[in-house]
Structure formats: C-alpha cells, structure tokens
Design a protein. Structure first.
Length: 352
C-alpha cells in the first residue's frame, strides 16, 4: 500500500491510536491499516479517497463521503485524526465538526507536510483542547496532538455556510459556499473571465435542451450562471463533498433545485452519456505542487463524453501549458482570452 508522507508519520506512531478512531479528511488508505487494533471510521471530503478506502476493505458503514459527519453512525471517539487541509478555514470547520463527537479526555491529532502550514495551524487547536503540542516529526512532516478537556460547542452546519449576491457576466444570483470549497466567499477572477467569454459565445439554437457538464463545480457559480443564461439543466461534478453541498445550496438559494444533477466523481469516472458543452476551471494542484495529471486525464477522457461537435471551455492560469494537452486529445484549441494572469481556451470534439 502506497502512503503519502503524513500517513507514514502516522504509521510510525500507530500504537497511539486505539479504541474508537475517526479520520477527518484522510488522504489515502492508511485508516485501513489500523483495523486490527482499533474501531476505525473515516469522514471523507474526497470521493477519490472514499472509493480507495472501500476498495481496500474498510466497511461501507464506517466510511462517509459527506459535508458533515453523521454522529448517529458513530460518536464518542477516543481519537480524531485530521490531515492538514490546504485551506486553514477548513481546519476550523473540521475541528468544530469533530470535537463534539470526541469523548472528554480523548485526543485530536493534526498531521501535515511542513509546507502545508501545519505548524502554524496547530495554534488553531484551542479550547476545549489542552496540552497542545508537537508529538513527532519525520518525512518533512509534523504531528501535533491535544486533549479534550471539556464539552465542545455543538456543531451547526448552517453557521458555516457563507451566502452572498453576485452580478457577473450579465447574470445576478446568490452564491453559497463552505470552508474548503474553491473560491470560498469570493469571486474567482479566472471564473469571471471564463463566464464573460461564455456570455459572448454563440450557443446552439436549442441550448435549453442541450446537455451541459460543469467539471469541478466548486460553489456552483459556473453551473448557476449557465442555467440562468441558457435555461438549460446542468450536471455539476466534483470530487469534493463540500463543493457538491455548496452547489446544492446555491441552486436551492436561487429556487432552481431541479435544474442541477450532482455527480460525485474521481475525474470523469462516474459520468454517463455525452454532453454538448463541458465547461471547467479545473484543479491544478496536488497539495502545494502544480500537478498536470488531473487536467491531462480530463482532456484525454472528455472526448468520450462529447457529442459530435461537442465543445469544451477551459480557464486556467496562463502559465499552465494546457494548449498542447487539448490539441493532442481534441481539435486544435483556440485561446479566446488572455487577461489578468488567466487564459480561456476552447476546443471541439475531434472528428475521426
């Protein structure tokens, strides 16, 4: 089993984790390794990791892919193990959600790569946690822990939802977001530039009946804009349970619940059928490193999900080399815009 460095650090301290253990934001299949010595549960924000844990044999009843932990499944944990997320606000969210289900005297563990900011994040482990400090360090990672000394404030999901009104590319609507979702609480500049280009695009005449896919939907801004602009129903896909929840909230806030179909998927694995339009602001990071594997895999596989003359619109940081990837998989791409550090690309299904 291949483990990332934070999990390798946890592995060398595995004897600490006994009793009932909850992993929050796990990054690989390490929770399965504790099955012999502990009752293990995993709360996954990533559908990729969720699938991985099921494949290696962690019971489906012990693994949740969700925006919040269902405490009716299990609570009163001896240990909560949190993998340092990229967004510091998400750490606050994970702590708030898991501390109420940790027993008094139980321990919270925070592990992460040195470059992830885990050292400064440990300062967020505050009351009702006590005796917070570094427990171990190796593999360029750090492990911190703290003990729950008192009852925690009950977790109220709605308190963590941010809502605001936007007016972008000719459409006005409400956006909802949750910590950890891309663009949380603000308008992403690249997405705005993409939507401005979409506004000037000549859609087919019967676009209201076209099939559209938003790949990497985040808070649902692209999906909601497309629905408002075209009247079409959308498929909104993301690997993140938090993103899917935010998109669902966004459509609900705009009285358009029936206009979106949510798809939890690792890449395009769970996508069925073909689409006239696929629109995306794809992720290009794994942790803190630039990673072309997600967009490269996307461009290779998306042609299997495009109709004849189906179109792809992509926005990306302009330093990313997307044109060669698109040209190899689809028809020759066209750069529609380059502005403020972003580029918008367009390509069609390649004719055989």
């Amino acid at each position: 089993m291949s483990l990332n460095p934070p999990s390798l650090l946890l592995e060398r301290n595995a004897e600490q984790f006994t009793g009932k253990v909850l992993f929050a934001n796990p990054e690989d299949a390490f929770p399965q390794e504790l099955k012999g010595q502990a009752e293990v549960f995993a709360w996954c924000q990533s559908y990729t990791v969720y699938e991985q844990l099921l494949r290696v044999g962690l019971s489906e009843s012990n693994v949740q892919f969700s925006a919040q932990w269902d405490s009716t499944i299990a609570s009163d944990f001896d240990h909560v193990i949190i993998y340092q997320p990229k967004a510091k606000e998400l750490l606050d969210y994970l702590l708030a959600a898991t501390l109420p289900v940790l027993k008094k005297g139980g321990q919270v563990w925070l592990v992460g790569d040195n470059k992830s900011g885990v050292k400064s994040s440990s300062k967020r482990m505050v009351s009702p946690l006590e005796h917070v400090g570094k427990f171990d360090g190796a593999k360029h990672c750090l492990l911190f822990n703290g003990q729950k000394a008192d009852e925690a404030k009950p977790f109220v999901f709605e308190d963590w939802v941010t809502s605001w009104n936007v007016d972008v590319a000719g459409q006005a609507f409400t956006l909802c977001s949750i910590p950890g979702v891309f663009g949380h609480g603000k308008l992403d500049r690249g997405t705005v530039i993409l939507l401005e280009q979409m506004q000037s695009h000549r859609f087919m005449a019967d676009v209201a009946n076209a099939r559209l896919l938003d790949f990497g939907c985040g808070d649902g801004i692209i999906s909601m804009w497309l629905h408002k602009h075209t009247g079409a129903k959308l498929h909104a896909l993301d690997d993140s349970a938090l993103a899917l929840a935010a998109t669902e909230l966004t459509f609900a806030a705009n009285q358009a619940v029936g206009a979106v179909t949510l798809v939890a998927s690792n890449g395009l694995n769970e996508v069925k059928g073909r689409f006239n339009y696929v629109i995306t602001n794809p992720p290009f990071h794994t942790g803190v490193s630039t990673d072309y594997s997600v967009p490269e895999k996307f461009f290779i596989n998306v042609k299997q999900h495009l109709t004849l003359n189906g179109e792809v619109f992509v926005v990306a940081n302009d330093f990313l080399r997307y044109s060669p990837l698109m040209d190899a998989a689809l028809s020759k791409s066209v750069q529609l815009e380059r502005k403020n550090g972003f580029a918008v690309y367009h390509a069609r299904q390649k004719r055989n």
